[in-house]
Design a protein around this ligand. Structure first.
Ligand SMILES: [Zn+2]
Length: 235
């Protein structure tokens, strides 16, 4: 048990240092992740907008073709009007001309509306490009900064994680689970060293009889107030 307790102290020290390293990186990993998500969201918006514009342009050239066709047809029909021989023929051509004219008007209306929409979407796309460039710049800066900080601490972190792995592998699962739970709840501190009859974590009083028991290191004792595993450290 004595071994278990001293290993726990060791584990706590490793975890403290790991927390410290993570603290040093601060919000940077979150910031970088957030910016990446923001960038790809905006990129998606851009892509779908580009697809829409492409569709609109396709429709626009189709309409221009239809407009030209209708105009040609109108010119032909107008020409034929001069050569008609019967009233019936005249009426038929007039109806045809009216239909062509009405189609032409609706094509032209649609093409104008489309052109306004395309212009609007193009303006939006330019705006998105500017925003993308801004996000990219911010992302690059933060990524560089993060990389720099990581490279400073990477080796140490890897070693700490390796040591932690080695400890945890053979450690009593139940004690480890308790340690993790308290650590989670007590801002990273799952173990407290007894200091002058008090819990080193929350400074609560520990009755002398219990201090004696803890000192024997035969069993796991936890602080009644904060739940931390109490350990004895010879000075
Ligand atoms: Zn305590």
């Amino acid at each position: 048990m004595q071994k278990t307790l001293s290993t726990l102290i060791e584990l706590q020290e490793i975890d403290n240092r790991l927390d410290e390293l993570r603290e040093e990186r601060g919000d940077l990993p979150d910031i970088v992740e957030g910016l990446r998500a923001k960038y790809s969201n905006k990129e998606r918006t851009k892509n779908s907008l580009e697809e829409t514009v492409e569709e609109m342009q396709k429709r626009s050239s189709e309409l221009n073709r239809l407009i030209q066709e209708a105009k040609d047809k109108l010119a032909e029909e107008n020409e034929r009007l001069y050569q008609v021989k019967t009233n019936k023929e005249y009426d038929a051509i007039t109806v045809e001309i009216e239909t062509l004219q009405s189609n032409l008007t609706s094509y032209e209306k649609e093409v104008t509306t489309l052109s306004v929409s395309i212009d609007e979407k193009m303006t939006e796309l330019t705006k998105i490009d500017t925003e993308l460039a801004e996000i990219k710049k911010e992302l690059d800066e933060n990524e560089d900064e993060l990389k720099e900080r990581l490279s400073e601490t990477e080796v140490e972190e890897k070693e700490l994680l390796k040591s932690r792995e080695a400890i945890v592998k053979d450690f009593d699962e139940e004690i480890l689970a308790d340690y993790e739970i308290v650590r989670e709840a007590r801002s990273g501190q799952g173990v407290a060293i007894v200091q002058d009859g008090h819990c080193g974590g929350c400074y609560s009083y520990i009755p002398p009889q219990k201090v004696v028991e803890i000192r024997k290191q035969k069993k796991i004792y936890t602080c009644e107030f904060c739940g931390r595993i109490l350990v004895w450290e010879d000075k």
